[in-house]
Each structure stands twice: as C-alpha cells, then as structure tokens.
Design a protein around this ligand. Structure first.
Ligand SMILES: CC(C)(COP(=O)(O)OP(=O)(O)OC[C@H]1O[C@@H](n2cnc3c(N)ncnc32)[C@H](O)[C@@H]1OP(=O)(O)O)[C@@H](O)C(=O)NCCC(=O)NCCS
Length: 390
C-alpha cells in the first residue's frame, strides 16, 4: 500500500510573509496559530493540543530566547509542554519531526508544530552574521565566509562538474517569482524576467541578487494528530506517510562532494522507503531553494532527475506550474521568502493547501502525493517529509 499514515495534519496556518514592521516574532506566530484554529472549528486548542514544538533559529534578532514558552503563551496554549527545536534553516522541519515522535510515541494525541523568525528589522550585515553562526566557526565563519559564499562554492563545483549555467540558475528564480506572484502571502509577488535576474548585482559569484532567498519575517504552524482521530477534526486530513531526517559534517570542507547534500539524500531515502513511494510518484514538492543552485541540487538529491541534470530540468520548465513536477508553487524561499525558523512548516503548509485543493491560482490539478525538503545551513541538517491526501 502506498503510504501508511504516520500522523495526520488536520489544520495549518501561515502568517503573511514579508517585511512586517511593528510586530514581534511572537505576534507573527499568534497570527499563524489563529489561522490554524479558524480552519479547524472542531478543535478546541486549549483543551486538545497537548504539546508545542516550535522551530526558531536565532535569539540574536530580537534578543529573545525561550521560544517554546513564548510561542505557546502567544498561541493561547499556556501550561502545555512547549519546546524549541533548532536546526538552522531546518529548525521547523525538525519541529515537524519532533511532533511526529510525540504522536507516534503515544504520549500525545494532538500537537502543534511550527516555526517563526523575525529578521527584517536588522541590517543585512547583522542578518548575514547571525545566519553564518550555523556554519563551522573555526574554519568557515572565522575566515569570513557566509552562506552566499558557501553556496557559491557549490554552484561553481556544479558548473565545473556538470556544465550547469548561470542561465539555468536564473530560470529557477524566474519560475519561483512567477509562482510567488500567484501567492497572496508571498514576500515578493512580482514576476521577474530572465534578463533582470541574470543582470542583477553579484552577491557571491556566480550567485547574483536573484539567486538568493529573501530576508523575511514570518511564522507557520500545523496541527497533527493520530490518523485514527483525524476525522474528528476535519473531513480532509492530509497524512504524513514518510519522514526522514539526517545530518552531515558541520564544515563543508569535510564533505565527500560539493555538488550534492548527503544529509538530504539520506533523509529522502528514509522518507521514500517509509512512504513506499518513488520520486516519480510525487505530484508537487516544496524544496529548500535558499539559493537557486540549492534547488537544482535538490532536484538531483530527491531523484527527480539524474545527478547533473537539475539545470536542464529548470531550463525545460518541467518544475513550473503546469510542468511534469511543479516545484515551489508557493514561490519558494526565493519569492515567498525565508524566515529561517518558519520555513520547514511553511513548506508543509503549501503542500497541505495543495493536497486539500486550497491553493487557488497555483493549484496543481489532482495532486495526491507531496514532498517537502528542508535544509539547515550548508546541509548539515536535512528533513524530508512525504504527504498523501485522504
Ligand atoms: C541577497 C541579499 C544580500 C540582498 O540584501 P541587500 O543587498 O541588503 O539588499 P536590500 O535589502 O538593501 O534590498 C535592495 C533591493 O533588493 C531587493 N532584494 C533584496 N534581497 C533580494 C533577493 N534576495 N532577491 C530579489 N530582490 C531582493 C529589495 O527588495 C530591494 O528592492 P527595492 O530597492 O526595490 O526596495 C540578502 O537578501 C541576503 O542575504 N539573502 C540571503 C539570505 C540567506 O542567506 N538566507 C539563509 C540561506 S542558508
């Protein structure tokens, strides 16, 4: 049987993504929680939700740690166990995984998982430094390398090994900005031309402005329950049928190769095996396009094409809405935005919308099986989840 449910998603919420002035992270999380509650009138949050797992990458942005309790307080969930998970940009992919552990262990019937980050009130150099803390201190940060720099190294390695081009990377940006233009919650809702993307200023060659994800504020959450309880809350649950998480060396310099992320491949292998599905069964996916090269590598690591063919997949339009396998219909981290702690469960939110036919202008017709791929840092953490509609 394809995909025995591990847990079921019965509701989901997402704050508006963007440069949100005047709100704290906790208020963004409350906004996401409110949407999840409103979507699920049969749920009594205070009575039913038994634990909260919330991804949050950095306390430096707001000088605020202790995110589990803070988020629970502002989501109206006082007094339950509330735990922060941290795995850099995969912090809420890890929260989702932790929520699955909690339900599968039998300790909890219903949990909330989510994530949050408030970034845009800090300057770009500050944000760059806070983000870089998720790389290796002695051999990467200390020498001044940042995430655009690390992913630029992967891009040049990919170009050298496979002939991947700057144009192919730019086409990922053009696609994701097109998808973002269809998403009212996306940070950037404007289309860009290939010429604009290709001629944008260099950030870390070969990566240009339009190859980089956005610095964004936002929050996301999901309500999970046991599959046998799902119908109590909704007629249209989405089942999580595969879950994989893996890690790799913190320093990129110790990796076996620079053109692939081993943690992502290992996480995907586990998730596919658990779900009993193959890459060709996936109808829609949200992948971690923190830089356009990362999306190309994701296509290859997830088995959507052979190693080295990711650039061609983007160039041929196969991953655009209407293509063979639409990827990042939300706009991805490139256009929807990348509030790092919120990204993993925001990806799951998009898949939840797709599999319950609520994705409006960006709906993938007859989507039955979805996948999310959430990467932390330069790939030292990765979480892959597979979802099936009822
Ligand atoms: C690419 C980056 C350095 C640009 O920052 P910046 O040079 O300070 O740019 P600014 O914030 O001053 O914005 C200048 C303009 O570029 C736009 N812009 C900023 N980042 C953009 C991006 N990534 N893509 C497209 N446009 C972008 C802004 O909207 C603004 O447009 P406007 O002039 O029309 O208002 C920054 O977005 C960044 O660091 N992104 C990567 C974040 C990251 O590493 N995340 C973790 C990944 S592991």
């Amino acid at each position: 049987m394809k995909g025995k449910p591990l847990v079921s998603i019965v509701s989901a919420g997402l704050s508006k993504f963007g440069k949100i002035e005047g709100l704290y992270a906790r208020e963004l999380f409350a906004e996401a929680a409110k949407e999840a509650y409103e979507r699920c009138p049969n749920l009594n949050p205070k009575k039913d939700i038994q634990a909260l797992f919330v991804g949050h990458m950095g306390e430096s942005y707001e000088h605020q740690g202790h995110t589990g309790a803070t988020a629970a307080d502002w989501a109206g969930l006082l007094h339950i166990p509330a735990i922060r998970t941290e795995g850099a940009c995969a912090s809420s992919g890890a929260a989702l995984r932790a929520g699955i552990y909690a339900v599968l262990s039998g300790l909890c019937d219903v949990v909330m998982v989510g994530g949050v980050e408030k970034m845009t009130h800090r300057t770009t150099p500050e944000v760059t430094e806070f983000l870089a803390m998720a790389s290796d201190y002695p051999f990467e940060q200390w020498h001044g390398i940042t995430f655009p720099g690390l992913f630029a190294l992967m891009a040049t390695a990919h170009m050298h090994k496979y002939g991947t081009t700057e144009k192919q990377m730019a086409m990922v940006a053009v696609k994701n900005h097109y998808h973002g233009s269809l998403n009212p919650k996306a940070h950037m809702q404007k289309e860009v031309t290939l010429e604009t993307a290709l001629s944008s200023r260099v950030i870390a060659w070969p990566l240009k402005l339009y190859d980089c994800s956005l610095i964004t504020d936002g929050a996301s959450c999901l309500i999970l329950t046991k599959p046998e309880l799902a119908k109590k809350y909704t007629d249209t649950p989405v089942h999580i049928v595969g879950s994989g998480q893996a890690s790799d060396t913190i320093g990129m310099y110790e990796r076996e190769e620079f053109t692939s992320l081993k943690a992502a491949k290992l996480a995907a292998k586990k998730a596919y095996e658990m779900a009993n599905v193959k890459p060709e069964d996936i109808d829609v996916a949200e992948v971690h396009d923190c830089f356009t090269i990362a999306e190309i590598i994701a296509y290859e690591d997830l088995g959507f094409c052979k190693p080295g063919e990711g650039g061609h997949l983007a160039e041929k339009g196969e991953t655009k809405l209407g293509g063979r396998i639409p990827i990042n219909t939300s706009g991805g981290l490139k256009a929807k935005g990348h509030p790092v702690g919120a990204t993993g469960t925001a990806q799951a939110y998009e898949i939840y919308l797709q599999l319950t036919e609520q994705a409006e202008k960006r709906q993938v017709k007859d989507a039955e099986i979805g996948l999310t791929h959430n990467v932390g840092g330069s790939g030292a953490t990765a979480a892959v989840h597979i979802y099936r509609r009822e």
